[in-house]
Design a protein around this ligand. Structure first.
Ligand code: UDP
Ligand code: MG
Length: 332
């Protein structure tokens, strides 16, 4: 068994969030071991507060295959995204593959994902072409959500929701996962300039256990989409959004003021007679407030970036000539 903090070399870490999947674990472990037999890999199971004996089953898998198996036991149920984040934090492979524990994804597809990574892609996204879930509560909402996410983030994928994906570790650096955010990793990766490809993967109906989600998940995903869009476009320049909105509102209010004055002069109408005056004042206050909010957001953004030493850019590589480097060093 691997000790905490111990460093070892592995090429591939498979991260598996587990919540009440006791009947799936043994056969999943078997299939994963079979699919990855000729590789250097680790299986990081994260028990997300299961109550059905999954943890005991996982413990016995560690005994069975200590060389490849690592189990992280969370103290309670934190949700799939948090479980995936915990798994990634505790893994050490150069490449990370995430896969569901419910055997709906097929471990046999992992070598296909790895092939693409080896070709030089940073992110390989599984696409469940023939998805085996309920049509009305899962497939249709998911189709709409995928379209929307693709449009809003500008990163076009058919299946954001498919857990089976592979990432080079570097593209995950600096991205914290909240809410239902694990599905947005590809969008984030695209945003920092990762090379991405989508490949069809198999999908099986659930044999054991229950699906943990229904329609309500789509709503959470859509709300997360707002956050992601905001963070992507404005996290380092929030005043553009708030200030822009504020300036727009103030412009409308000035225009309305003009209309009011014109009506006063031309039609000789009392200002308070019309509701327009109220609108003008309200829009002006709203606009002004929005600009002030933008300034506060700017302060927050600086705290965010500087307290965590988060850069506002992402570097792919630094190219320099050794000769010049030596020369510079010599001069100092
Ligand atoms: N899961 C988890 N924590 C949760 C809910 C689910 O770790 O709170 C795991 C679950 O065990 C499974 C994966 O996340 O491995 C996906 O769950 P599920 O199959 O219910 O979702 P679906 O495939 O329907 O999206
Ligand atoms: Mg599932």
């Amino acid at each position: 068994m691997r000790e905490a903090g111990e460093v070892m070399y592995v090429n591939l870490s498979v991260v598996i969030p587990v919540y009440n999947e006791v009947e799936n674990l043994r056969s999943l472990h078997h299939d994963l071991s079979e699919a990855l037999a000729d590789r250097d890999y680790e299986l990081v199971f994260v028990d997300d507060g299961s109550t059905d004996g999954s943890i005991e089953e996982l413990n016995s898998l560690v005994q069975l295959d200590p060389q490849h198996t690592l189990v992280i036991e969370l103290r309670r149920n934190f949700g799939q995204t948090a479980a995936i984040a915990a798994g990634i934090d505790h893994s050490c492979g150069e490449v990370i593959v995430t896969i569901d524990a419910d055997q709906q994804n097929d471990p046999g597809d992992i070598p296909l994902l790895m092939e693409k990574i080896e070709e030089g892609y940073d992110v390989v996204s599984g696409w469940r072409i023939d998805r085996q879930d309920k049509l009305l509560t899962r497939k249709i909402p998911s189709r709409i959500a995928n379209g929307l996410i693709s449009k809003v983030t500008g990163v076009r994928l058919h299946d954001y929701g498919c857990t089976l994906k592979a990432y080079r570790r570097e593209v995950l650096q600096g991205f914290r996962l909240y809410g239902e955010m694990h599905r947005f990793i590809p969008a984030y990766a695209g945003w920092v300039g990762a090379k991405m490809i989508e490949i069809p993967v198999r999908h099986h109906p659930r044999k054991f256990g229950k699906a943990k989600y229904g329609l309500e998940r789509t709503i959470k995903v859509l709300l997360d989409l707002f956050t992601v869009k905001f963070l992507m476009s404005y996290a380092s320049k929030p005043i553009y959004l708030f200030g822009g909105t504020g300036a727009g509102l103030i412009m409308v209010s000035v225009f309305l003021l003009g209309v009011l004055i014109a009506r006063r002069i031309i039609l000789d109408e009392h200002l308070i007679r019309s509701p327009l005056l109220l609108m003008t004042v309200m829009l002006f206050i709203l606009g002004f407030q929005s600009i002030l909010m933008g300034l506060i957001a700017e302060l927050l953004s600086r705290t965010y970036h500087e307290s965590q030493a988060k850069p506002t850019y992402s570097v792919r590589a630094v190219l320099k000539s050794r000769g010049i480097e030596e020369e510079v060093k010599g001069r100092v």
